[in-house]
Design a protein around this ligand. Sequence first.
Ligand SMILES: NC(=O)c1ccc[n+]([C@@H]2O[C@H](COP(=O)([O-])OP(=O)(O)OC[C@H]3O[C@@H](n4cnc5c(N)ncnc54)[C@H](OP(=O)(O)O)[C@@H]3O)[C@@H](O)[C@H]2O)c1
Length: 322
Amino acid sequence: MKAIRIYEFGEPEVMKIVEVERPAPAADEILVKMYAASVNPADYIIRRGGNEGLKPLLKLPMALGIDGAGIVEEVGSDVAEFKKGDRVYGVPNYLDGSYTEYLAAKSNQFGLMPHTLSFNEAGSLPACARMAWNGIAEKAKVQPGQRVLVHGAAGGIGNLALQFAKAYGAYVIGTASAHNAEFLKQLGADEVIDYNTQKFEDVVSDMDVVFNATPTTSVDEALRLRSVKVLKEGGIFVCTHGVWPNDEFIALLARKNATVLMAGVDINHQHCFTEVAKLIDAGKVKPIISKVYPWEQAAAAHRDVETKHVRGKIVLEIRKED
Ligand SMILES: NC(=O)c1ccc[n+]([C@@H]2O[C@H](COP(=O)([O-])OP(=O)(O)OC[C@H]3O[C@@H](n4cnc5c(N)ncnc54)[C@H](OP(=O)(O)O)[C@@H]3O)[C@@H](O)[C@H]2O)c1
């Protein structure tokens, strides 16, 4: 079978499609014939050699890709919830890579695809949906009528956080560049703030939840501190980055009796993907894809995502749908 591997860290061109051995599923795993994978910031971070937390774990040659969709080809002897032929979406075992023709992964990291979606649409979702759904539904427990601010609402995680919060009945304000304002309104945003020309803390207050989905860790600490001002007493700040909040931020939150929670941590993937599929099949949430690339053009796809200004997702098509 074919899979993408890197033999050195660096620019997008280090990604090569090569012949590798097809994996066999362990007793608690499924073998998935992959049709699509999405491109996430983790992919280019790993491709470049990793950040502080990842560096010690990365050993060349490496696979890439943290989510995708396909058809179950084989099931391990202990797997009861799937059968051959099921259309599934989910996440590979840690660092195994989803840019591949076949993937063996723990069955509990996959769910049945929403019935209404293509492989490319379903493959665009898992990594971002788990962060957005876990953050909005399970960590912040967003309720009807609550006020939610989503930083980076046009991105992969941000647009889903906005849609989930709307699906649960919240009043949602998103930050984005001006050209995304109309797009976010159509997705359901009640208000949109152009973060390039307006300070959100000047126009927003009394938020129950602030969900930070910006991909810019460099502005993150300042953004967190500014966000405390707009949280109401007892509010919740949801992080998507692995950068743990500093003492100043935690002290400011404490003065407001507010809390910081990490999305994507302690998550039951199968439950998450099942709930997300229900929302999608009910027409309450939809995947947003900017562009689908054949996986032979993974380098161009990475370059797009590295701009940090993609609307929704970039997808790699591994096989054409029959
Ligand atoms: N994707 C995952 O599975 C995953 C998992 C764990 C953690 N994370 C982390 O979560 C963060 C978001 O990930 P993502 O996949 O959603 O990223 P993304 O899709 O690459 O985010 C792109 C979006 O970010 C917006 N943006 C850029 N700079 C901004 C700023 N200064 N303020 C507000 N919005 C800004 C852009 O909006 P405009 O074009 O409108 O400016 C664009 O729509 C990243 O830091 C990532 O490392 C991601």
